[in-house]
Design a protein around this ligand. Structure first.
Ligand SMILES: [Zn+2]
Ligand SMILES: [Zn+2]
Length: 220
């Protein structure tokens, strides 16, 4: 079954509301972006089509709704990562584009994008990106453009594209060290500790943090 844009948007909002611990129908219909596309009758139709369950003021996803919402959320958040950080688009343009772009992505294109940008675990807002087949099986013929830092070999150089850490303290600490998107660094050593070279300085990083830094390899 093909689903229209309003249906997909509403499914995505139900998913996001649930992440925030909410399931109120009234609150959902008050969300600006939802108001533009949907009303009570949209919910009735979605309920009749077996996508959602409405009970009193509470809305939940059926199994079918759940898998559709999962795919839509995945496409939206991948589009955000691609547009803001890989293509360096500003926030306002990014939201507009991410919202229209996601509806045109086929599952195959979503997998290619995910692979290309290194299967990021979160979107730029720090929200989880549901995993696709590409994230589980590494059967792809696509060579990723962006990879977690630990994929670089000793002596290779990379430019930081994004950092997926959800911990602000960790991000602050990294930025005081100069580890921010745009920084170019070289892998000095990987074992026993991960050591980077940044301009003239070398610094050792916790292996956990190394996995949160996504880089594009650059030739020097
Ligand atoms: Zn986001
Ligand atoms: Zn993936």
């Amino acid at each position: 079954m093909e689903h229209d844009r309003a249906t997909e948007e509403v499914l995505e909002f139900i998913w996001s509301e649930r992440e925030a611990g909410r399931s109120s129908v009234a609150a959902l219909l008050e969300i600006e972006e939802v108001k533009e596309e949907a009303d009570r009758s949209t919910l009735d139709t979605m309920s009749a089509n077996g996508l959602i369950n409405v009970e009193g003021d509470s809305v939940t996803l059926t199994d079918t709704g759940e898998s559709l919402a999962r795919e839509a959320i995945r496409r939206h958040r991948l589009a955000e990562r691609l547009l803001t950080e890989v293509l360096a688009m500003d926030d306002e343009n990014m939201e507009k584009n991410a919202c229209s772009f996601e509806h045109t992505l086929t599952p195959e294109v979503a997998e290619s994008i995910c692979t290309l940008i290194g299967h990021p675990p979160t979107c730029p807002h720090g929200l989880p990106i549901p995993k696709g087949n590409c994230c589980i099986a590494t059967k792809s013929e696509i060579t990723p453009l962006v990879n977690p830092l630990d994929k670089l070999k000793v002596g290779e150089t990379g430019r930081i594209i994004f950092i997926v850490s959800r911990q602000h303290t960790r991000l602050d600490k990294l930025s005081t060290l100069g580890i921010v998107p745009g920084t170019v660094l070289r892998v000095h050593q990987k074992r026993p500790a991960f050591v980077l070279q940044l301009d003239e300085t070398t610094l050792a990083l916790d292996p956990e943090i190394v996995k949160e830094i996504y880089v594009k390899k650059v030739e020097v």
